[in-house]
Design a protein around this ligand. Structure first.
Ligand code: GAL
Length: 687
């Protein structure tokens, strides 16, 4: 029986949200266009709009002079067609008058250069003026719209990120450190390994945030700065929501999270596991570059699924896709149109992994400035006849049939652990291969083994309950506290199966290495001690023999000293040829595996297949198919909702063994079916 985390949340909606960022403030002198918007919204099968995200200059054109009438009309008009509103606070971008009058709202960068007004997402998180101004406007918004029947949720600011190094932020950082280190500089110097290069501080005022023109080598400082930036961002957010909580305690609050877009990995700069605790609902902005020239559609889909599963698990409840593009973005190196079928497929994939919405950036394409060629539901032609608009309407019609899915979670017996702090510390570590650490990508490599077999995975963070899973995978968990080590030990002792890899368990929460060899609890669990980690040049080769097959190794090979573990695989080359590369060890009621080298995907497929067999792990619903098709499930008490998705450019035969209902056509289906390229089928299996 798979564990299901059955928490639900309320957006005050029992339907799938469909719509997106609506920026009528760009069109206030065109009432004809605003009237067209309302007509087009009805034709597009959309129902929910995020408004006011960047509207501060329209709401408060001069300090203390407010203009809400346009927003009143927009919200009323949306409600008149039975639409709903996600109301944003405008702090993501500020009016020019504010930067001019109060330069303290502007950021100072790491090189201590004060920034000019411009762009967005660039205010100082500590500035008392900015905090006061945001609270003021948020209070006015909450007073005016808090009881509007269209209001579904709050969208606080936009894509919080970045950092400020101004004097106020330095002061706040020092206060943060004093609190953390009990006002004891010795404690801080010890944690930061102060005597190294004479970096012992004798007064709190000597401490500065990391800088390219100052300190960047004290790892403890860097790590604490990253923690502070997360905490200060959350602190700013908490300040923003004071009036909102006071005036609208029943309206859920979200802010839109991001991914790092270069390779589509989870957002690195803020520890979202901390931020999640302050939100009612997780939402994120997903912009995968479909049809790119470096990876298959299926590989990209898998990486999207990984981030979805991580963000969903931040609260163990459905999340919202807050932004996506109905066609293309304007900032990928090449901005390719979604091929026919891809818009529905990529949207439904988000639902399959836990989203209760498909929302876009943006409703109507801007006429000027940097986003005038970014995809939108309504193009410059103002028409409902074009392909993109029709694709959106198709998604809308499909979502209208999925109200049963709303609020349901996904079942999983397998968890992969993602840790922001460990990633920061690992990236900071001068050692190993400077370009080959690739922590998030390594986790995805492990995720692949399950994704390809349709075995659902929760991607969890370290404070979550390990005991809810049969298998916990913790690749490259470089930084791990004593406390987490004890919890891992209890997990295995209690019957759990644990898998780790090279470069795990090396430093504690201060980024100080463990002394006396690998932590004794880890040695006990795994029955080994990793003694040296060899790093490879791209042309270096080695192989590992595992179950009489050979697997290629790259980047890392850890030399292992046995201390009770069974050897499952050995290195074939180099001075450590024939020594253990993969081990297993029974510890109390559970089992622990160590993978010493970075091995090819086929190794993971075969290695995890053994564990899947041992633990009798199953797909949540079984569909026979070839590579590139993915089957994901959302589970309600009475029904499983099954999403069968063809992420290939070919027709794919699939076989469904039981009788299920197609939620779109209403027909019963079973047996062999053909999926067209990019086709998705949504099925219901009533229990
Ligand atoms: C997001 C942002 C939106 C829009 C979009 C374009 O990161 O929140 O406002 O700029 O990117 O893809």
């Amino acid at each position: 029986m798979m564990s299901t985390h059955e928490k639900t949340y309320t957006t005050k909606a029992n339907f799938m949200l469909h719509g997106g960022d609506y920026n009528p403030d760009q069109w206030l002198d065109r009432p004809d266009i605003l009237a067209d918007d309302i007509k087009l919204m009805q034709l597009s099968h959309t129902n929910t709009f995020s408004v006011g995200i960047f509207a501060w200059a329209a709401l408060e054109p001069e300090e203390g002079v407010y203009n809400f009438e346009w927003l009143d009309k927009v919200i009323d008009d949306i409600y008149s067609i039975d639409g709903r509103v996600i109301l944003a606070t405008p702090s993501g971008a500020r009016p020019a008058w504010m930067s001019q009058k109060y330069p303290e709202v502007l950021r100072v960068n790491g090189a201590r250069v004060k920034q000019l007004h411009g762009g967005r997402h660039n205010h100082c998180f500590t500035s008392p003026v900015y905090r006061e101004k945001t609270q003021k406007i948020n209070r006015l918004l909450a007073e005016r719209y808090g009881s509007h029947p269209a209001l579904l949720m709050w969208h606080i600011s936009n894509e919080y990120g970045g950092e400020c190094h101004c004097d106020r932020c330095q002061g706040a950082f020092r206060e943060y450190l004093k609190k953390k280190y009990n006002n004891d500089l010795k404690f801080l110097n010890d944690a930061w390994w102060g005597p190294f290069w004479s970096h012992t501080f004798t007064d709190w005022s000597q401490i500065e945030s990391p800088s390219s023109i100052g300190e960047s080598m004290v790892h403890g400082l860097n790590l604490d700065w990253r923690r502070f930036v997360t905490d200060q961002t959350i602190d700013f957010f908490e300040n923003e929501i004071v009036p909102i909580k006071e005036l609208t305690p029943d309206v859920p609050i979200t802010t839109n999270f991001m991914a790092d877009t270069h390779e589509l990995i989870p957002f690195q700069a803020l520890d979202y596991s901390k931020f999640a605790k302050h939100l009612d609902v997780i939402s994120w902005d997903a912009y995968p570059a479909w049809h790119n020239d470096i990876e298959s559609t299926a590989d990209l889909a898998m990486r999207v699924g990984f981030i979805d599963d991580l963000y969903r698990c931040l609260k163990q409840q459905p999340f919202l896709l807050m932004e996506s593009t109905p066609s293309m973005v304007n900032w990928h190196p090449v901005n390719k149109a979604k091929r026919p079928g891809m818009h529905l497929l990529s949207s439904i994939q988000m639902v399959a992994h836990g989203s209760d919405s498909i929302l876009y950036f943006q409703w109507r394409k801007s006429r000027g400035s940097s986003e005038k060629f970014h995809g939108a539901v309504v193009d410059h032609d103002n028409s409902s006849d074009n392909r993109v608009f029709q694709d959106v309407a198709e998604v809308g019609k499909t979502l209208e049939k999925l109200s049963g899915v709303v609020g349901t979670n996904r079942p999983a017996d397998v968890a992969i652990l993602y840790d922001w702090e460990s990633n920061w510390a690992l990236n900071d570590a001068q050692g190993f291969g400077l370009k080959t650490k690739r922590y998030p990508q390594t986790l995805v490599q492990h995720y692949r083994a399950f994704w390809e077999k349709d075995i659902p995975v929760d991607v969890i963070t370290k404070e979550q309950d390990f005991a809810a899973y049969k298998l916990l995978v913790i690749p490259m968990l470089y930084l791990v506290s004593e406390e987490t080590i004890s919890r891992l030990k209890s997990f295995v002792a209690g019957g759990g199966t644990l898998v780790t890899t090279y470069i795990s368990g090396l430093v504690n929460e201060h980024d100080l290495t463990y002394l006396g060899g690998w932590h004794k609890n880890l040695q006990e669990i795994f029955g080994i001690s990793p003694v040296e980690t060899d790093t490879y040049y791209p042309e270096d080769k080695n192989t590992v023999s595992y179950q009489n097959r050979s697997y290629e190794l790259k980047d890392y090979a850890t030399i292992i000293k046995l201390n009770g573990a069974t050897v499952e695989g050995t290195y074939k080359e180099d001075f450590y040829a024939n020594t253990p590369a993969v081990t297993s060890h029974s510890y109390e009621n559970g089992k622990a595996y160590y993978i010493g080298g970075r091995l090819e995907d086929q190794f993971h497929r075969d290695f995890y297949q053994e564990i899947i067999n041992d633990l009798e792990l199953q797909p949540a619903f079984s569909v026979k198919h070839e590579k590139g098709v993915s089957v994901q499930v959302r589970r309600a008490p009475e029904s499983d909702y099954i999403f069968v998705m063809n992420f290939t450019e070919k027709k794919q035969p699939i076989t469904i063994e039981s009788l299920v209902k197609d939620l779109v056509t209403g027909e019963d289906v079973s047996g062999e079916l053909i999926l067209e390229r990019y086709e998705v089928r949504i099925l219901e299996n009533k229990k």
